[in-house]
Design a protein around this ligand. Structure first.
Ligand SMILES: Nc1nc2c(ncn2[C@@H]2O[C@H](COP(=O)(O)OP(=O)(O)O)[C@@H](O)[C@H]2O)c(=O)[nH]1
Ligand SMILES: [Mg+2]
Length: 315
């Protein structure tokens, strides 16, 4: 199925995505209209286009590259804003296409261990619930490990998702050792012959060294029991935080060996342009995007959809 067909099959999804990206889309779209209405493409307008892209969080280097690509072969010619928008969307799609990869649970690896990391409030637990629901719908056996032992509410929240999805859950009391919970989760997943273990973690701010050390310990302890684990380390990023997401990627890559990304809250007042900057800089796979709090509001990341939504174009 092509990306376009998929979108057509889920109009609610496209609507949520474009609504969430309204702020970015309208600033890009208006910026381009203001720049190119009744004006030729020249060094000044290209520089101004670069500024418009930078303001949309695309990053300095990527913005320069995209503006240059748009300008190539078109200097001193009249160009319509619509044409510029389409060219920009095409360039953004080119940046995003290589990172659009589904989250694959290798069926030959059993249990497949997925470790979810990210700062507090980014949407880890909710995303775990949504992923568990999808896996369960495929008939997979799933174990959840409540590794955010920091707050009682976080443990309860994961329990609710376990009940709702029919996943097993391993949890201890608040304040317990997170690595111990992860270890027990893996033991349980093995004993049960589960297909997938998903380990939740606390939202450790990357500048708090002792909390990052805890995350390293979770990885270490999992490896002690299963040297190939974790098989995926997914960093959850909140689309509304903008530039800060870049430093989160850097920090979590260092401590947890992130293998892929999920971006949530793209239905909110999202600043989705940052994903383009992250893709250009890190080249990490982007697996899924969250467009709401509901169980069905997690969708595969599609480069073309995202690129067009960011620029405010119809799909
Ligand atoms: N609008 C919206 N809210 C989300 C999305 N994903 C998570 N949330 C909400 O964000 C808040 C924090 O999510 P949570 O999963 O608890 O984050 P965690 O601290 O990283 O585990 C909750 O109120 C979620 O319902 C999303 O894609 N869209
Ligand atoms: Mg949580």
């Amino acid at each position: 199925m092509s990306e376009t067909d998929e979108t057509a099959a889920r109009p609610g999804f496209w609507k949520r995505l474009t609504q969430g990206l309204t702020r970015t889309a309208s600033s890009l779209s208006t910026g381009i209209t203001d720049l190119f209405t009744k004006r030729k493409l020249d060094a000044t307008t290209v520089e101004d286009l670069e500024d418009v892209l930078i303001r949309a969080d695309l990053g300095v280097e990527t913005s320069a590259r995209i503006a240059e690509a748009v300008a190539k072969g078109r200097y001193d010619k009249a160009i319509e804003p619509d044409e510029v928008r389409a060219l920009v969307a095409g360039e953004i799609e080119t940046v995003l296409k290589p990172v659009a990869h589904p989250l694959v649970f290798d069926p030959t690896v059993k249990p497949f261990v997925l470790l979810m990391v990210g700062v507090n409030g980014s949407g880890k637990t909710t995303t775990i619930g949504k992923i568990a629901a999808k896996l369960r719908a495929e008939g997979k056996k799933v174990v959840l490990a409540a590794g955010d032992t920091f707050r009682a509410a976080a443990i309860e929240q994961l329990k609710v998702w376990a009940e709702r999805t029919g996943a097993a859950i391993i949890a201890r009391e608040p304040g317990a050792d997170a690595a111990g919970v992860a270890f027990d989760g893996l033991a349980r997943a093995k004993a049960d012959g589960a297909d997938v273990l998903i380990v939740d973690t606390a939202g450790r701010l990357q500048n708090r060294a002792e909390l990052m050390a805890e995350l390293e310990k979770v990885v270490r302890v999992l490896k002690k029991q299963e040297p190939t684990a974790p098989h995926a380390v997914v960093l959850v990023l909140d689309a509304t935080v903008g530039q800060n997401a870049l430093s989160q990627v850097e920090a979590f890559r260092r401590v947890a060996g992130v293998t892929g990304l999920v971006m949530t809250k793209l239905d909110g007042t999202a600043r989705g342009g940052i994903l383009v900057a992250i893709a250009a800089k890190h080249g990490l796979p982007v697996h899924l995007i969250g467009v709401g709090e509901g169980v069905d509001d997690l969708q595969p990341f599609a480069a073309r959809d995202f690129a067009r939504a960011i620029v405010g174009l119809e799909n």
